[in-house]
Design a protein around this ligand. Structure first.
Ligand code: ADP
Length: 498
């Protein structure tokens, strides 16, 4: 019995254990299933998300493609714009400028129909300057439309504002009229505004229904219209400058002609004057020689003894006729040199030798007036090419003047220096000086500075005029620098001998 009971107990226990294990296994399995279900849910959700992302990627890709296409279009448009801008800005002829806006360019901008009208203020009409994409018979219609709607277009021009098919939100009447007349679906109208000259507007339109114009397209046409305005302005400015230049050239030509005519007349007058002076001087010499001759005979007592009062008068006649002869000779020489009748014989001249001779000649006067003559000749500027007689005359006149206008105790200095192929000779004194306003005039014939010294000092006003002619006949120049009360320096150039 006991044995059976035990067996039953054992069987019951093992049954319970088996059931318990089954329950445990079941619970574990259920847990696993639950876990798997959760994982499955997660997986499904991830798949959904992935699907969303894939859709997003496709959408973004499509948008990117569209943007890329738009960018490509813009780039093409910008290139076309740059090409046409460069092309129109390199011509200064208005007609050429419009010819350079080609249909290819506008096609690339997306517009196959274009025209440009400029307003003529004098006849109050729009004039067509550019027309592309329209048949001959359509043009009249465009003209009439521009003319009939001139207030609209002038308003755009004056307000510097664009009008495009994008501008119309509700009111469609005007838009329809424009699209109908110009035969387009979309369009842009931009003002052409040169600062000067005719202003106008540029119309660009397309029939293409797929081409939805944007603000960017409007901007491009506006830029093209601006460029056109700028180019028109440049052309106008060029035309103005060119006309002004032509006028100026004509004036210069006229003036030059008048001047050369006047110069010819001056030459003729000057030649006549020279001939006259020459003839008069010549005529004066003969009676002067007689006067001097008779005075000398009388003074020598050849015709009997002359009373003292008559003698002194005769001496005056003699002295004055000498002065007159001197003056007549100077005048004659000036007119001879002026007319080229005196041929200079330039040969190498040693300045020291010439100045020694002149010093000897003027020695007595220098001593009388207590003046010192200093000669400072540079060894490289020792010889000049000059006519010996005329060179002496130059020095006698210039040093002679210095003698007259320098107070006792003063100095006269002669210097020379080489200047390229010329020798510059400066004769300075410590005399009264020459006023600034007379610096040029002292080289004119008969000009003498009006001052108290000149009232006492004798002279004809011919010496420097003669000197100037001699120097210029040698190819040189003469000028003076002076300071009142401090002295003057007469400088002149002559060709160097070596
Ligand atoms: P002239 O000496 O016979 O008057 P010139 O033609 O030689 O004529 O000179 C013209 C004028 O130039 C002189 O009258 C004088 O007023 C002025 N002049 C020339 N040389 C000098 C000088 N070294 N200093 C001051 N004045 C001078």
């Amino acid at each position: 019995m006991m044995g059976n009971e035990n067996l039953i107990n054992i069987l019951g226990l093992s049954g319970i254990i088996a059931i318990l294990s089954l329950v445990i296994v079941l619970v574990l399995k259920m847990e696993k299933i639950k876990h798997m279900r959760n994982e499955n849910e997660l997986l499904r959700r991830s798949l959904d998300e992935m699907d969303e992302q894939a859709k997003l990627i496709v959408r973004t890709d499509m948008e990117l493609n569209k943007t890329q296409e738009e960018l490509d279009k813009k780039m093409t448009g910008l290139y076309a714009l740059q090409r046409v801008s460069r092309s129109i800005s390199t011509t200064l002829e208005e007609s050429q400028m419009f010819k350079r806006i080609d249909s290819k360019c506008l096609d690339e901008l997306g517009f196959e129909k274009t025209c440009c009208f400029l307003w003529n203020n004098s006849n109050e009409k729009f004039e067509l300057r550019l027309c592309m994409g329209y048949a001959e018979e359509e043009i009249g219609k465009l003209y009439s439309f521009a003319q009939d709607n001139r207030q609209l277009f002038l308003g755009l021009i004056n307000g510097d504002s664009n009008l495009s098919s994008l501008s119309f939100k509700e009111e469609a009447g005007l838009k329809n009229a424009i699209t109908h007349t110009f035969g387009v679906h979309s369009f842009v109208i931009a003002p052409v505004l040169p600062k000067e000259g005719q202003k106008g507007f540029l119309f660009a339109g397309t029939q293409n229904l797929d081409f939805a114009i944007t603000e960017g397209d409007e901007e491009l046409i506006s830029i093209l219209a601006n460029q056109l305005g700028q180019a028109l302005e440049n052309a106008r400015l060029f035309e103005k400058t060119w006309l002004a230049q032509q006028g100026l050239e004509k004036k210069v030509e006229e003036r030059t002609r008048a001047l050369s005519q006047a110069l010819e007349e001056v030459k003729i007058i000057s030649r006549r004057k020279t001939d006259f002076v020459s003839a008069v001087s010549h005529e004066l010499r003969t009676p002067l020689t007689s006067i001097k001759g008779y005075a000398s005979i009388l003074l020598a007592g050849n015709l009997g003894k002359v009373p003292q009062e008559v003698f002194s008068r005769l001496e005056k006649i003699n002295k004055h006729s000498d002065e007159l002869t001197h003056m007549v000779n100077d005048l004659l020489d000036i007119s001879r040199i002026e007319s080229g009748r005196v041929a200079m014989k330039p040969v190498p001249q040693d300045l020291i030798i010439i100045l020694e001779k002149v010093g000897d000649l003027l020695g007595v006067q220098l001593k009388e007036r207590g003046l010192e003559l200093i000669v400072n000749i540079s060894p490289d500027a020792l010889t000049v090419l000059a006519d010996s007689e005329q060179l002496s005359r130059i020095f006698i006149n210039i040093i002679g003047n210095a003698l007259k206008f320098t107070p006792p105790g003063g100095k006269i200095t002669v210097r020379s220096q080489k200047r390229d192929h010329l020798v510059e000779i400066d004769v300075s004194d410590t005399g009264c000086g020459i006023p600034l306003e007379s610096k040029e005039r002292i080289f004119e014939e008969f000009y003498r500075v009006e001052n108290p010294i000149n009232e006492q000092v004798k002279g004809t006003g011919l010496g420097l005029a003669l000197v100037k002619h001699i120097i210029e006949a040698h190819g040189g120049k003469i000028w003076v620098e002076s300071k009142i009360g401090a002295g003057s320096t007469f400088s002149f150039t002559l060709p160097a001998a070596a």
